[in-house]
Design a protein around this ligand. Structure first.
Ligand SMILES: Nc1ncnc2c1ncn2[C@@H]1O[C@H](COP(=O)(O)OP(=O)(O)O)[C@@H](O)[C@H]1O
Ligand SMILES: [Mg+2]
Length: 304
């Protein structure tokens, strides 16, 4: 059995907002999840769902209202484990007047030792495909995409066992997204664990072994991508004509979603047994059956 390398138990975070009249806003509401070693874990959620809050809690930049979490077997309050993890913040703040090379040398030195970090810096800048011409330029002259690459390089400086990435593809053009995707894939090949947040489904879909979908501070779905996909074909759509939603509903023995569409009445049910109930109701309401077909409830809909 594989050991979870990240364990989150009932993590809750309230922010205090307002100046004169303070009130609390719950950003994270009893989140529990586990991530196994060697996985690329996708933490998916719309803006404001609580992804960044979760990462900041795990990185000990903010403190939980309640709940606990462990990384590499250490409680998150034990920051000694930070030497073995890497972190790319959502809006990284860099030292504007350092060059890319100086900044990475500096990050390397933070992790100790007096050795020359030059070779490591060059290896990382090459790995994140930062144009060689920019290595000796000040970060304040960098575009968002270039800074994102420097941020990624920074997160790998200590050869971490787990990398936490907050929206790693943000600010990148399609070519850049592709490169970063390949980079993250190569981290898995090296046996590293990646915990990445994104509000973009396609970024998660192509990369991740397992995912959790966060909604309003709670995990709405969690599991392998395969499990989530298996839910995709669970619904069946019946199209009917010659009747209206009210008369159909009046005769329906089950509860079903009924909507009016240009092609007729659309009734969505969960399985084939429920289709029989719809057809029976349709007969009683003097309606006509137009079609019955399974609908692919895409991951996109599940996410929304
Ligand atoms: N420092 C803060 N003070 C007050 N509210 C905050 C703070 N940071 C985040 N929030 C609120 O917490 C919720 C979750 O935010 P966040 O974790 O940034 O979500 P995500 O990264 O998924 O977009 C949002 O409603 C946001 O407005
Ligand atoms: Mg965020």
């Amino acid at each position: 059995m594989k050991m979870p390398i990240i364990e989150i138990q009932n993590l809750t975070k309230d922010y205090e907002v307002g100046f004169w009249r303070k009130r609390k806003v719950r950003a994270l509401d009893g989140l529990s999840l586990e991530v196994e070693q060697g996985q690329i874990f996708g933490f998916l959620g719309a803006n404001g769902a609580g992804k960044t809050t979760t990462l900041k809690l795990l990185m000990r930049l903010i403190f939980p209202t309640s709940g606990a979490a462990r990384i590499l077997g250490h409680d998150i309050s034990d920051v000694s484990m930070h030497a073995r993890i890497g972190y790319l913040p959502e809006n990284p703040y860099f030292y504007d007047y350092l060059t890319a090379r100086e900044f990475l040398d500096y990050c390397g030195k933070l992790f100790g030792g007096n050795r020359n970090h030059r070779a490591r810096t060059e290896e990382l800048l090459t790995r994140v495909n930062l144009d060689k011409k920019s290595w000796n330029r000040q970060l304040r002259k960098f575009s968002k995409g270039m800074l994102q690459r420097v941020g990624l390089a920074q997160s790998l400086v200590n050869d971490p066992e787990i990398v936490f990435l907050d929206e790693p593809m943000s600010g990148l053009d399609p070519v850049g997204r592709r490169e970063v995707r390949d980079l993250i894939g190569s981290l898995r090949e090296e046996g590293k664990t990646v915990f990445m947040c994104s509000h973009i489904l396609s970024d998660i879909e192509v990369l991740c072994d397992s995912v959790a979908i966060l909604k309003g501070g709670r995990a709405a779905h969690a599991g392998s991508l395969g499990d989530l996909r298996a839910r995709e074909t669970s619904a069946i759509e019946v199209i009917a004509s010659d009747t209206d939603a009210e008369s159909l509903k009046a005769n329906l023995s089950i509860s079903a979603e009924v909507s009016t569409t240009p092609s007729g009445l659309r009734i969505q049910v969960a399985d084939e047994k429920e289709v029989d109930a719809v057809i029976a109701a349709l007969r009683k309401a003097n309606g006509k059956l137009v079609s019955v077909q399974p609908v692919r409830q895409s991951l996109e809909e599940l996410f929304m």
